[in-house]
Write a protein that binds this ligand. Structure first.
Ligand code: SF4
Ligand code: SF4
Length: 407
């Protein structure tokens, strides 16, 4: 693989990184034997970037155990501060010290503030985040600093301007090229010399699985031997502003397959025809959307706090990818991203019909009635109580279990 340079840090990073969120498990903990074999195989095959987080089960502890000896210096290790758990300044220092202990290191190469949007960023600033970063750098506990972003496009630049960041981790794939930071955000971060790590290149596996029939036909006709996953990974890697694509690989075959793709796909290596094929697939998929929303975000902010683009996007994906069943991926996304499980609620049901968003929509959508459809699809009487229960009981129990597992 041809490594890619992060201008701000001078590090040369493999275009494929190992995401340690989905390591194979045994009795609820990382399966040491299997995962160690996979991690060593990946490193021996050229991967030099491993990504984990405080919240990824016992993955930090596992990596601390196995990245020793010759493997310690062969990789750049990235981990993340659990911003959701930070209540006061001291929490940040406590988590970082605990992470260093788990990882059995004096210093973390890349330390990211996990999952922030502008609101979370402002909350952390009030708890002296910048003092924490400076002190951790001075003390040599972290080498480079960044954040993983989960907010809307229009807030990205404000977070970007909030500190002299080295790297950012974003969600990016050919279907969501306009969601969250989008192409503009990537160019902004790249123009500062920042490293850009991509999560969800396969949209949580959706772009590697069964696609709508017309899209499948286009891809097979263009190249009968190329898998859907390959198309999706190549598209991301073709962008020279992207430093590294993270993949949560959990088999040797998958590691080898992804390494082969990452080795072949250098910046701008896709042909005009290949790029056109992806554009065509995107167009076909967008044309099959139930609501003609481009997720441009011009309609927000809404005075009621409704996250209109995300509500529309999740509704569209439910039909496009035929998500069915009680706990289908779209319903989980709806709870997670707009239901308020992770922060403030911004669901369709909050709309009071004021109409302020209507004239801002370039697609001239009747946003009020579209939101009604979304509400009907995902919301139910008592939903607020269910979400409150998840937040107040489910999460604390989950955190407690994670802590127990890590002992
Ligand atoms: S009509 Fe609904 S979604 Fe639009 S601005 Fe008013 S409250 Fe927000
Ligand atoms: S509803 Fe309209 S303005 Fe809002 S994100 Fe969709 S297309 Fe853009």
């Amino acid at each position: 693989m041809q490594n890619r340079l992060i201008k701000k840090t001078g590090d040369e990073i493999s275009p494929l990184g190992f995401g340690a969120m989905r390591l194979p498990l045994k009795n609820g903990k990382v399966n040491r034997e299997l995962a160690k074999e996979q991690i060593y195989h990946a490193i021996d095959s050229g991967i030099n970037f491993i990504d984990t987080a405080y919240l990824y089960g016992d993955s930090e502890t596992f990596l601390g155990e196995v990245l020793q000896g010759e493997y310690k210096d062969k990789v750049k290790l990235c981990s993340k501060l659990p911003s959701i758990n930070v209540r006061k300044y001291e929490d940040m220092e406590k988590y970082l010290d605990e992470q260093l202990k788990r990882l059995q290191r004096d210093c973390i190469d890349y330390y990211l503030i996990h999952s922030i949007d502008l609101k979370t960023f402002n909350r952390l600033l009030k708890r002296d985040l910048l003092k924490f970063i400076s002190k951790a750098k001075e003390e040599g506990k972290i080498k480079h600093i960044g954040f993983s972003y989960h907010g809307p496009k229009d807030e990205f630049e404000t977070v970007l301007d909030g500190y002299d960041w080295d790297v950012v981790m974003i969600q990016y794939n050919y279907f969501d090229d306009n969601v969250q930071v989008g192409m503009e955000g990537i160019e902004r971060a790249a123009s500062r010399g920042m490293g850009i790590f991509v999560m969800e290149p396969l949209k949580g596996g959706i772009l590697a699985g069964k696609m709508p029939k017309e899209a499948e036909d286009i891809l097979r006709k263009a190249d009968a031997n190329k898998s859907n996953a390959q198309w999706a990974l190549e598209w991301v890697l073709n962008n020279g502003n992207i430093t590294c694509v993270l993949s949560g690989m959990n088999s040797i075959d998958q590691i080898d397959e992804n390494i082969e793709i990452a080795s072949k796909t250098t910046p701008l290596s896709l042909s005009f025809d290949e790029m056109e094929t992806i554009e065509y697939v995107k167009r076909v998929m967008r044309n099959s959307l139930k609501i003609n929303c481009s997720t441009c975000g011009y309609c927000v902010p809404c005075p009621q706090g409704v996250n209109i683009p995300t509500c529309m996007r999740i509704y569209n994906e439910k039909y496009l990818f035929e998500h069915k069943g009680l706990f289908n991926p779209s319903l989980i996304d709806y709870f997670q991203y707009v239901g308020g499980v992770m922060g403030n609620a911004s669901n369709a049901g909050l709309c009071n019909g004021c109409g302020k968003c209507l004239r801002k929509c370039p697609q001239k959508l009747d946003i009020i009635s579209e939101l009604e459809k979304v509400k009907k699809e995902f919301e139910f009487p008592g939903m607020d109580y269910v979400l409150l229960f998840i937040r107040k009981v489910g999460f604390p129990v989950y955190k407690y279990l994670v802590k127990l597992l890590n002992r």
